[in-house]
Each structure stands twice: as structure tokens, then as C-alpha cells.
Design a protein around this ligand. Structure first.
Ligand SMILES: [Zn+2]
Length: 452
């Protein structure tokens, strides 16, 4: 009997898949050059490998294919490395530099930068405008020595696209953890339609982060995770920059807060809560939040809850300073925002100082986007001015921030096995913290982005 050559649909699909695989593999083999080992030896004059521990003099960092291999005393020579024959080795002279781990900012809005036009931009700019601007802001942030950021709230898909483009090496920028849209109550601080005419926007829902009641809160969290969120942000209280005179107190009920925490944690995401008012801070802490952003009106009970749960405070002192300065400019903000800026701005630094004295875990965050991107290091100056030691401020922006980001095994210190995120400065920041404003060398994942 003659065998039929007609294939079943399943056989046809299998054959097509097989054929595609063969073709793709052949093409890849033709297009990709053979992989060459990439080595770097960084000769460091002074090295703060582990913030919190005394820096060492004259140390070499050895990096291979983007990861730190080892640290060695003295200035290691090329000949002492065991590399493959055709390996590419770069020797980087940082003998007159102070070298430390790449900095981490746990609170940015990378697709946005505040201006007089911000309110108008909401109805004139598209997601594409935001995406293109974010490429510029990301480069500025990286050049300032921030090799990782946590982007806690931005509309649309721009921040996700930026994160993925940076990860694939298409554009330079920091590693980004993206939150997507902040989860907010209807008319709450994160409701992007607040203060606009009703017919300008569709009624926002789960994808825009707007949710009322535990079920909608679960759906809003799941929607952000569905679109690719690495972390969940929520607005537990009112905020300064929303177009409303609704104050800065609690906006979610306890059962809504719990639904957000439980859903995010179930899906393996940490939760960052924007919170100014005391009631909202404490309710979010009781619900099991991982970090409180701002914390302006925290009290003794908040400090007790922070210490009990181990949650982090992300102070954003630079945002407090920036809004107070801008509120002085006539017409920059509408009156409702001026009132809130003047209520929150002056107390945020004192709240930070009390939390620091109270032993609260603190992770560095600026709210950049409210201030200009690339000026993130200004936050260090305010932290030190409020009574924090220079070393502790650096710990907040490295070890503590890495822990809050869930990346403690990857970044935050210069140790064997971690990503080669390394920066260098001309002067010692432990003597003068403002030297962190002049970062002259930036390496991320072993790739040099800036050098003297
Ligand atoms: Zn913010």
C-alpha cells in the first residue's frame, strides 16, 4: 500500500516549528561573532567595597563578563590573570579616585519631569513623548552614578519599554524596577484624571491603577503585574502634587490596603506605599507594606511599627525641598498644591531625623521627576544636614536600597559574584558628602558608561 504524503495539522505544525528552529539557529550562528571573554581590571586608589566598613587603599577589582570575580590587594598586572588567549582585557586607572558601588535610588518617576507645563502635558503628550523623554532622563541618571532605580509610578507603557530597552543594551540607563501605575482610590492621589474636566479622559480602572474595595484592589494589582510590574506602588494617603485640596491623610480603607499587600505578595512583588499623614502611614505599616515613601507625619507609633515589621522608610527629602521652593514662585502651582507643599515640605526632614534616631531601616529615594533627573545626589546633602552620618547615607543608597529592591545578592556592594556596578569620584564623600555630586566614572554590568 502506498503511504500518504498528506500531513495532519499537528504534524504540519511540528514540522514548521522544527524547520523554523533550524533556520533561526543557522542564522544566529552566522550573525553572532564568537563570544570573547571581556575582562576589566580596575586599579582603585581608595575602595569602599562594602559601605559601613572602613575603605581600603590600593585595591584591584577584577571583572569578567559583567560580574565581579575578585578583589586583590595592590595593583594587579594583566599577566597575573588566567584569561583565554583572545580575551579582551581593559585596565582602568582609578588610582586617584574614591571608588564605591553604583548608587540606587528607590523612588523615581523616570518618564516625567515637573515643569510649569506639567498639567497641560497631561492632555497634550502621548506615551511616545514620555518614552523618548525617559531615554534622556535615564542617561542623565546613569551619568550621575545611579546604576539602579525603582520607578514607583508612571502612566502607560513608557517605563516598561525603557526598562526593556536598557536591559537589551539598546539604550544606556540604570537597571530599572518598574511599578506601572500606582494603585489609588477613585479621586485619590494617584488618580491621573483628578482636577480635569470629566470628558477629557475615560473613567480610569484597574489598568490605570484606580480601585475601590478589596476586589478592585486585587484586580488593579494583578493588572499591573500582567503588564510587567516588578514592584507595586500604592497611594495610601493624599499627596502634594495632585490637583485637589483633599489634604494628605489616609485614602484607602484597611481592607483595601490588606487586599493590595496580599495580592502583591502572593505574586512575589514588594509594595511601596506613598504616605504623608500619620493615619495612612500606620495603616499601611499594619497591613504589611515593604516601604513607606515620604513618611512626612510619622509619629512614635510609626517608628514602633517600622521596627516591628522591618519596613523601610524612603524619605525623598529632595522632593520636600523642591516643592517648597517651587511653591514660592507665583503661579507655578495652583493654590491647593501650594497649601500642601507648605504643610509637608518643612516637616519631612524632621520626620526623617526622628526615624533615623529611632533605628528605622532607611533606603535612599529622591522622587526625581519632581526634581530634575540627574540631580539625585542632592538627597545625600539633605540627609547629612538632617543629622545622618556620611557613611550611613551611603549605606542607605547601596546596601539598604539593594535589600529593599530584593537585589541584595546582585548589587549594593563590590564583592565577588555580584554585578559590576561601580562608580568613582575625585574626592572622599566620607569627608565631604557633596563629592557624590561629581561622579566621573560609571560602570554598569561591566560596561563603562562614563570615565574621566
Ligand atoms: Zn513619587
Amino acid at each position: 500500500m502506498k503511504k500518504s504524503l498528506i500531513l495532519s495539522p499537528q504534524q504540519f505544525t511540528l514540522l514548521t516549528l522544527l524547520f523554523t528552529c533550524v533556520i533561526t539557529n543557522t542564522l544566529n550562528a552566522q550573525q553572532l561573532p564568537p563570544k570573547v571573554e571581556q575582562w576589566s581590571i580596575l586599579h582603585c586608589g581608595t575602595l569602599l567595597a562594602i559601605p559601613g566598613v572602613v575603605p581600603q587603599e590600593k585595591v584591584s577589582i577584577i571583572v569578567k563578563d559583567g560580574r565581579i570575580v575578585e578583589l586583590r590587594k595592590g595593583y594587579v598586572k594583566l599577566s597575573s590573570l588566567k584569561t583565554e588567549k583572545d580575551a579582551k582585557v581593559t585596565i582602568i586607572d582609578l588610582k586617584r579616585s574614591f571608588v564605591l558601588p553604583g548608587l540606587i535610588d528607590c523612588h523615581t518617576h523616570i518618564t516625567f519631569e515637573m515643569s510649569r507645563q506639567s498639567r497641560l502635558n497631561r492632555v497634550t503628550e502621548t506615551d511616545a513623548d514620555a518614552a523618548i523623554k525617559s531615554v534622556v532622563y535615564a542617561k542623565r541618571t546613569l551619568d550621575a552614578g545611579f546604576t539602579t532605580i525603582r520607578n514607583v509610578g508612571s502612566g502607560g507603557d513608557a517605563a516598561f519599554a525603557l526598562r526593556d530597552a536598557i536591559n537589551s543594551g539598546l539604550v544606556p540607563g540604570p537597571r530599572i524596577l518598574v511599578a506601572g501605575e500606582a494603585i489609588t482610590a477613585t479621586g485619590g492621589h494617584g488618580d491621573g484624571t483628578l482636577g480635569f474636566r470629566d470628558d477629557l479622559f475615560d473613567i480610569p480602572g484597574a489598568m490605570q491603577g484606580v480601585a475601590d474595595g478589596p476586589d478592585e484592589c486585587r484586580k488593579a494589582v494583578r493588572s499591573q503585574v500582567k503588564r510587567g510590574a516588578d514592584v507595586i506602588k500604592l497611594t495610601a494617603t493624599g499627596g502634594v502634587l495632585s490637583q485637589t485640596a483633599a489634604g494628605t491623610d489616609q485614602q484607602f480603607f484597611d481592607d483595601e490596603l490588606k487586599a493590595i499587600m496580599d495580592t502583591a505578595h502572593l505574586l512575589g512583588r514588594k509594595v511601596a506605599a506613598h504616605a504623608h499623614g500619620t493615619d495612612g502611614i500606620n495603616a499601611a505599616l499594619r497591613a504589611g507594606v515593604d516601604s513607606i515613601e515620604h513618611g512626612s507625619f510619622l509619629d512614635d507609633e510609626s517608628i514602633r511599627l517600622f521596627n516591628q515589621t522591618g519596613a523601610f522608610l524612603v524619605p525623598t527629602l529632595l522632593a520636600g525641598k523642591t516643592v517648597v521652593e517651587l511653591a514660592k514662585i507665583k503661579g507655578f502651582f495652583p493654590p491647593a498644591i501650594v497649601a500642601k507643599a507648605n504643610a509637608v515640605g518643612p516637616v519631612i526632614k524632621d520626620a526623617f531625623a526622628r526615624a533615623y534616631k529611632g533605628g528605622v531601616n532607611i533606603a535612599f529615594g529622591t522622587d526625581s521627576g519632581v526634581s530634575k533627573h540627574g540631580q539625585n545626589a542632592e538627597e545625600f546633602l539633605i540627609m547629612v544636614d538632617a543629622g545622618m552620618s556620611e557613611m550611613d547615607a551611603i549605606v542607605c543608597a547601596t546596601i539598604n536600597a539593594a535589600e529593599l529592591c530584593g537585589l541584595a545578592n546582585e548589587i549594593g556592594t563590590i564583592e565577588a559574584g555580584k554585578a559590576a556596578d561601580i562608580i568613582a569620584l575625585a574626592n572622599d564623600p566620607l569627608e565631604n558628602i557633596s563629592s557624590l555630586k561629581n561622579v566621573w566614572f560609571v560602570m554598569r554590568n561591566g560596561v563603562i558608561h562614563k570615565q574621566p
